[in-house]
Ligand binder design. Sequence first.
Ligand SMILES: Nc1ncnc2c1ncn2[C@@H]1O[C@H](COP(=O)(O)OP(=O)(O)O)[C@@H](O)[C@H]1O
Ligand SMILES: [Mg+2]
Length: 238
Amino acid sequence: MLLEGRKISKRFGGVQALSEVDFHVEAGSITALIGPNGAGKTTLFNIVAGAIKPSSGQTVFEGREITGLPADEICRRGIARTFQIVRPFATMTCLENVLVAAVNRHPRRPRAALEPGARDLLAQVGLADLAGQEARHLNVVQKKLLELARALATEPRLLLLDEVLGGLNTQEILQAVEQIRRLRDRAGITILWIEHVMGAIMQAADRVIVLDQGRVLTAAPPREVVSDPRVIRAYLGE
Ligand SMILES: Nc1ncnc2c1ncn2[C@@H]1O[C@H](COP(=O)(O)OP(=O)(O)O)[C@@H](O)[C@H]1O
Ligand SMILES: [Mg+2]
């Protein structure tokens, strides 16, 4: 078991965003996290990645508790994430954006030593030609790819993807799903993936965790989840 959440609760003022959520992610899996808007998906990511602290409960990564550790420490331990709203450093080039993440991972290595790896990552996501371009000039798809390259530059064993397919067309979705599969198959990176595009989840996910109103509704293989009446009622029905 790579990642485990035990009875995670989170309250924002009067809003109970998560209520005693138990979940796990198996090493080498592509695990999807789905559920209606406001279900608590991003909050769960924020807790795992150390952006916010849970009100109670524990997160355990590779057998060690990481609950409440600062985000940079969790990143160094091997968890990277992308954001639902992409936010690259706008006036830095693509290469510089990736280098910032690589330096975070290897603070003592000189920039020149990290540059080939950073260029290689840009090539992997299809942005090699835009290495010298400022991030603010990229389109939405390119910004998402840059976001992915930045996450990968921290050399994660677990990658948290937050709605990376939003705004992509059908062809781009197919390519992105292929890319996500490759990350798991070739680089051995475990994926926890918040997504609304059910077709993509059906194609790529081994297991789906369904959140609804801050609770786990079910966790099962995709085919079981899409035919589960509770999931249809809470989420898919619309
Ligand atoms: N920083 C915050 N302050 C107050 N309420 C928040 C905050 N973040 C999330 N919430 C609330 O917590 C609930 C879960 O939100 P979120 O985790 O973003 O859901 P999802 O990603 O599944 O759409 C929502 O009711 C949301 O309004
Ligand atoms: Mg969200």
